[in-house]
Write a protein that binds this ligand. Structure first.
Ligand code: HAM
Length: 427
């Protein structure tokens, strides 16, 4: 066992896996461009209050999973690592007066998030999200636009079976009465409920609907449904979102038990799952509308909607097909007849790299034959051989694939390699 290991629930992304993440990030970047979202970056940590107020104090994310940073006595502020991106982006919206920008403000962000979760496959303490937000548009059309964007991400990533579950969880007009009804319903059946769920009944009763505890399954199935209790404005909004999704040909399943784990949601709520794994804990992504969040963080009342997908989970779902070609082989390796002349080989390689070419210098003290073997093993197309004639500005260019060799002025090597590279890629 090595002395030091990455902390529990975190992992190293070794180059092959990092390349798979980079591929997903470039899909996100390209979709952002096509859909008119601009990239934004917020700090990896914020004042704790940003998360507590935004996400809700009585949520698992805040109560159990927040990575709090020890407050430093000189600043007296309590910080926490971000468990998600939305609260920080909403804080930035208010701080920078983005309500004066053209609305909606459409942004995306990708980066690591931190939750002190119990680690397992697909559930990490540091994980990566691609997050998109459209702030300042009450919908319903923008809801559908954003959801379609999410569905497209999975398709472009190669996951054709991502399934969309959608619900409306009402707003300040209709939700309080529904929550009261839900509480009364579960209270009647409290005898059959485990202790944790009884506590939830008081603190966050909506979460009883998507609790995975099998003891609740029958109660959940018979519970009153928010979808049947929406006020006219919410019902109309929800119907319009579904109508727009229909018009876009985006498939979905209305899931009345979908309530999401963060308190800021209003109206539209949705999640993506792998077909066959829907409703389990491992969502591929999720989001919803948060029409009260900006105001909670000190801004004026501003509607918003967004979603985030877990890059780690997309990669897990893709399995082997996620792995990317590792860094391409060098076009050429600079080798030399004089093993000790590493400065010479390095200088030639450096000049060629300056010309934009992908080359490696053999920095070993091996004999020329060994250097050439190693270049071939690397998959290099050419070896540039430096010898005595370098003093006269001449080198040998060996085509390792064809097995041919010819002398060439050093000054022509870059042009020659570039020409061979171009005909190799486009020929
Ligand atoms: P969330 O549902 O908490 O929503 O997380 C979104 C996605 O992040 C999940 O569906 C999952 O793919 C991934 N994820 C969450 N926790 C973990 C974990 N411990 N390990 C690996 N992946 C994880 C949000 O974060 C909201 N901010 C989404 C949003 C944006 N709503 C509005 N705007």
């Amino acid at each position: 066992m090595p002395t030091f290991r990455a902390p529990r629930g975190t992992r190293d992304l070794l180059p092959a896996e990092r390349a798979a993440f980079t591929k997903l990030e470039s899909i996100g970047r390209d979709l952002g461009r096509r859909y008119g979202y601009r990239q934004i970056e917020t700090p990896l940590f914020e004042q704790v209050a940003v998360f507590e107020r935004g996400i809700g104090e009585v949520t698992d994310v805040i109560e159990k999973e927040l990575f709090r940073l020890a407050a430093r006595s000189d600043e007296g502020e309590a910080w926490a690592l971000r468990p998600e991106a939305t609260a920080g982006i909403a804080r930035a919206y208010v701080q920078h007066g983005m309500h004066t920008w053209p609305q909606p403000v459409k942004v995306w962000l990708t980066g690591p998030m931190f939750r002190y979760d119990r680690p397992q496959a697909g559930r990490y303490r540091q994980f990566w999200q691609w997050d998109v937000e459209a702030i300042g548009d009450p919908g319903p059309a923008v809801d559908a636009e954003l959801i379609e964007l999410g569905a497209r991400f999975y398709r472009e990533a190669g996951l054709d079976d991502a399934l969309l579950l959608i619900n409306s969880i009402g707003d300040a007009v209709c939700r309080p009465a529904y929550v009261a009804e839900l509480k009364a319903y579960f209270r009647e059946h409290i005898a059959g409920m485990p202790e944790v769920e009884r506590r939830r009944l008081e603190s966050n009763p909506l979460r009883l609907l998507d609790s995975k505890d099998p003891a609740l399954a029958v109660l959940q199935a018979r519970a009153p449904r928010i979808t049947d209790r929406l006020c006219p404005a919410c019902a109309e909004h929800f119907a319009a979102v579904l109508g727009h999704l229909d018009a876009l040909g985006v498939g979905y399943r209305v899931e009345p038990a979908l309530v999401r784990g963060l308190d800021y949601y209003t109206r539209t709520a949705f999640e993506f799952y792998r077909a066959g794994a829907e409703g389990q804990q491992q969502a591929l992504g999720g989001g919803g509308r948060y029409d009260g969040l900006i105001e909670l963080l000190g801004g004026r009342p501003t509607p918003g909607i967004g979603f985030a997908l877990g890059l780690d989970r997309v990669i897990l779902a893709l399995g082997d097909s996620a792995s990317q070609e590792e860094g391409a082989s060098p076009l050429a390796v600079i080798v030399g007849a004089e093993p000790a002349a590493t400065a010479e080989r390095l200088r030639v390689a450096t000049d060629l790299r300056g010309e934009g070419l992908v080359v490696r210098a053999d920095l070993s003290a091996r004999k020329l034959g060994r250097q050439l073997e190693s270049a071939a093993r690397d998959g290099a197309h050419f070896a540039v051989i430096l010898g005595d004639e370098l003093a006269a500005g001449q080198v040998q260019l060996k085509d390792l694939q064809a097995g041919t060799q010819r002398p060439l002025p050093l000054a022509d090597v870059a042009r020659e390699l570039r020409r061979a590279d171009a005909s190799h890629h486009h020929g």
